[in-house]
Design a protein around this ligand. Structure first.
Ligand SMILES: [Ca+2]
Length: 198
């Protein structure tokens, strides 16, 4: 191969590699919208990035990884939402008693979910405005007594502005002190599904 042919081959190779990387970056962009916005979502780094009250790490129970958290009051994480649009959020949870599944989960100042006698109900707060909505997608058995709850909501640019693009994802047992049992939680998630301009 002559020197000229070698140079041409190298140039062609560089063009192909560059084109591949451009294609790769473009093809990966939508996936960035579905990455989990919750930091340390499965407590594999202990309580890092979480605020907790009456919670303890468990190694005997977990939905995934090595740890979950046993909550007897509240665990919460503040999150920044940069886009209006559709989000999915949820967690894995394990009630210690099927008769005592009082549990609350919410996006502060925006929506709350509460489990009463095994059925999730959704409250939309007064913060909800035109263009905001929420629905329970699923609450499924994922084995070993664990369940996975998934909720979807739309949040408008207006509401996002009202809450300062800031909220929190929270698991809360409002009546633990009244005899309702603690629960294990793991694998929180909040993902941007699609961006809207409204
Ligand atoms: Ca975990």
């Amino acid at each position: 191969m002559s020197k000229r042919e070698t140079v041409i081959s190298v140039v062609i190779l560089v063009v192909i590699v560059t084109a591949y990387f451009v294609y790769y970056i473009i093809s990966q962009t939508p996936n960035q919208q579905t990455h989990n916005l919750v930091s340390n979502p499965g407590f594999e780094e202990g309580f890092k990035d979480w605020t907790s009250s009456y919670c303890s790490l468990s190694t005997t129970e977990k939905s995934s990884g090595k740890y979950s958290v046993l909550i007897e009051d509240t665990i919460s994480q503040t999150l920044i939402l940069n886009f209006s649009g559709t989000y999915r959020m949820g967690l894995s949870y394990k009630p210690l008693s099927i008769d005592e599944p009082v549990f609350m989960f919410g996006y502060s100042y925006f929506l709350f979910l509460r489990n009463l006698n095994g059925t999730w109900r959704l409250w939309e707060t007064s913060w909800f405005e035109y263009g905001d909505s929420a629905r329970i997608i699923s609450d499924v058995d994922i084995g070993n007594g664990w369940r996975k709850l998934t909720v979807e909501f739309n949040i408008s640019a207006y509401t996002l502005g009202r809450i300062g693009n800031k909220g929190s994802i929270t698991a809360y047992l409002p009546n633990a002190v009244n005899g309702y049992g603690p629960q294990y939680v793991d694998d929180f998630f909040l993902e941007l599904v699609s961006v809207s301009t409204s």
